[in-house]
Design a protein around this ligand. Structure first.
Ligand code: CAO
Length: 441
C-alpha cells in the first residue's frame, strides 16, 4: 500500500517553504533518516529526513515549488517500506523528523579531496539532473545561466559557484554581454572589497535607459515583507544620543589580549549586550511586547538579545539567549559564533526566534546615526554607529573623547519620548563607566 510522506512542521510560525532540492529519485531505496528534500524557509535551508525506510514510488514536488506544511512530498511503497523497516528501528515511522540545517548551504567551496559520491548525487545522476546547492542555483538564476548546462569541475559531480561564474563569464563574452566580475556575491568582509560589484545581467531597454532584472531571493522577499509590515504597523520614533567610550577604549586595549587568549574579542557590541541587558532590567517596558487583541503589555522576564548581522545573503538577526546569565567574555564568544553561522547560513530557525530586544551595530562600517526598523514583536531596537574622536567640553576645556552614536528606535504606542531618552541616557552612562559591570563578573 502506498505511504505518503508529508512536509513536517518546520518551526514556530512557519507554514510553508520552497523546495530547494529533491535529493532522491523514483525507484530509489531510502533509509530512515536519509535526507529527502532540501527546503528553504524565511532564513535558512534545512534538510527534511525520511521517517521511514522504503522505496520511492512517486515524487509530487519539484525544485522551486512552494509547499505548505502537511503537503504530500512523495510516496513510498509500503510493502517495501515495511520490509526494509524490519532491519531498521521499529519505531522509525513514529519518530518526528529532526531538521538539520545544512552545513554546506553555500556550496561555494569544492572539496579539496575527492569525497565519496553521496546518495543525492547518485540519485540526481540517475535522473540526469545536475547536483547543485540552492545558493549555487540561485547564483545561476541571478546570472541568467541554466545550471543544467554548466560543466562541473568538482570530482563528485556537484556544480560549484565557481563553475557557474566561469560559465557565465564565457557565455556573457560570447553573447556580447558586459564582462562579469568573478568575485560577485562573496562577502565583502571576507574578500576585503570596499563594496560588492553588481553582477552583469542581460540588458533590456527600459523607458529611460538600459535595465536588467533579477529575482528576489527568499531572504530578500521575507525581509521586504517584514520591514514593510513593521514600518507600517509600528509608529516609530528614533532617539539619538552619544556615549563617551574613551574609558572603554582604554580598557579594551588593556584587557583585549586576555580576551583573545580565551578565544573571545572584547568588542563594543559585546559590551553593549551586557549594558543593554542591565538597562532592560531597569526599564522593563523596553523588553516587552504588545498583545493588541487583549489590550495588554507582555513583559518578558528573560533577556534574549537579537544581534543584527550583515551577511552576503542579506540581513540576519540571530538571537543570543539568556544574555543576563552570561559574562562579557561568553557573550563575545557566542556572538562571534552566531555571526559566523549567519554568514555561512548554518543558523537553525529557532536561533533566529524569541528575541526580546535587538542591537544593530553598523559602526564597523561607518555612519553617524540611522533610524532602525523595529523587529516585531519587540518594541525597541538600539542602532549603533561609528565611534569617533570628538572635542568635548570637559572641566572648562575641550578634550578629545571617543564618542559612540546611539540611535534607539522605539514603539511610540507603549514607550514615550521621555522614557526613551532616559533609557538611552542610562545606557550611555553605563557605557561610560563599564567597570561596575565588568567587576561583577
Ligand atoms: N565604532 C567604531 N568601531 C567599531 C564599532 C563602532 N560602533 N563597532 C565595531 N567596530 C570595530 C571593531 O572594534 C572592529 O575593529 P578591530 O578589528 O580593529 O577590533 C571592527 O569594527 C569590526 O568589528 P565587527 O563588526 O566585526 O565586530 P562586532 O563584534 O563589533 O560586531 C556584528 C559584530 C555581528 C554586529 C557585526 O559584524 C555586524 O554584522 N554588523 C552589521 C549589523 C547590520 O547589518 N545592521 C543593519 C541592520 S538594519 O539594516
Amino acid at each position: 500500500m502506498p505511504t505518503e510522506f508529508k512536509l513536517p512542521e518546520l518551526g514556530e510560525n512557519i507554514t510553508s517553504g520552497t523546495i530547494a532540492r529533491v535529493l532522491v529519485a523514483v525507484g530509489e531505496t531510502v533509509a530512515e533518516g536519509q535526507p529527502l528534500i532540501e527546503i528553504e524557509t524565511d532564513k535558512a535551508v534545512a534538510e527534511i529526513p525520511s521517517t521511514v525506510a522504503g522505496t520511492v514510488t512517486e515524487i509530487r514536488v519539484s525544485e522551486g515549488q512552494k509547499v505548505q506544511v502537511g503537503a504530500v512530498l512523495m510516496v513510498f511503497d509500503a510493502a517495501e517500506a515495511a520490509a526494509v523497516r524490519k532491519t531498521a528501528s521499529p519505531t522509525a515511522a513514529k519518530t518526528p523528523p529532526k531538521l538539520a540545517v545544512l552545513e554546506r548551504a553555500d556550496g561555494a567551496a569544492a572539496p579539496k579531496t575527492p569525497s565519496p559520491v553521496r546518495a543525492p548525487e547518485r540519485a540526481a545522476a540517475a535522473r540526469g539532473a545536475v547536483v547543485a546547492s540552492p545558493t549555487v542555483r540561485r547564483l545561476a538564476r541571478e546570472l541568467g545561466v541554466d545550471v543544467n548546462a554548466v560543466p562541473t569541475s568538482d570530482p563528485t559531480g556537484r556544480v560549484t559557484a565557481e563553475d557557474v561564474r566561469r560559465f557565465a563569464e564565457s557565455a556573457s563574452s560570447s553573447m556580447g554581454i558586459l564582462p562579469t566580475e568573478s568575485n560577485h556575491g562573496r562577502d565583502a568582509r571576507a574578500t576585503g572589497q570596499a563594496g560588492t560589484t553588481p553582477p552583469k545581467r542581460a540588458l533590456t531597454e527600459g523607458k529611460w535607459g538600459p535595465e536588467s532584472r533579477e529575482a528576489m531571493t527568499t531572504i530578500r522577499s521575507k525581509t521586504a515583507e517584514r520591514m514593510s509590515a513593521n514600518w507600517v504597523g509600528i509608529p516609530h520614533v528614533t532617539h539619538h544620543d552619544k556615549a563617551d567610550i574613551t574609558g572603554f577604549d582604554a580598557l579594551r586595549k588593556k584587557c583585549g589580549p586576555a580576551f583573545e587568549a580565551a578565544g573571545a574579542k572584547l568588542t563594543v557590541t559585546a559590551l553593549l549586550v551586557k549594558v543593554v541587558v542591565e538597562a532592560l532590567k531597569r526599564f522593563p517596558k523596553f523588553n516587552a511586547s504588545i498583545d493588541v487583541e487583549r489590550g495588554e503589555l507582555v513583559f518578558k522576564h528573560y533577556y534574549h538579545i537579537g544581534i543584527a548581522a550583515d551577511t552576503e545573503h542579506g540581513l540576519l538577526v540571530p538571537v543570543l539567549r539568556d544574555a543576563d546569565k552570561k559574562t562579557i567574555r561568553q557573550i563575545s564568544v557566542e556572538m562571534a559564533q552566531l555571526a559566523a553561522k549567519a554568514r555561512s547560513r548554518k543558523l537553525a530557525l529557532d536561533e533566529m526566534q524569541g528575541g526580546t530586544f535587538t542591537i544593530s551595530n553598523l559602526g564597523g562600517i561607518g555612519g553617524t546615526g540611522f533610524t532602525p526598523i523595529i523587529n516585531a514583536p519587540e518594541v525597541a531596537l538600539l542602532g549603533v554607529s561609528r565611534a569617533a574622536i570628538e572635542p568635548v567640553f570637559l572641566n572648562g576645556q575641550f578634550a578629545p573623547r571617543a564618542m559612540l552614536p546611539l540611535s534607539l528606535s522605539y514603539d511610540h504606542r507603549i514607550i514615550d519620548g521621555a522614557e526613551a531618552a532616559r533609557f538611552v541616557r542610562w545606557t550611555a552612562e553605563a557605557l561610560e563607566q563599564p567597570w561596575g559591570l565588568l567587576l561583577e563578573e
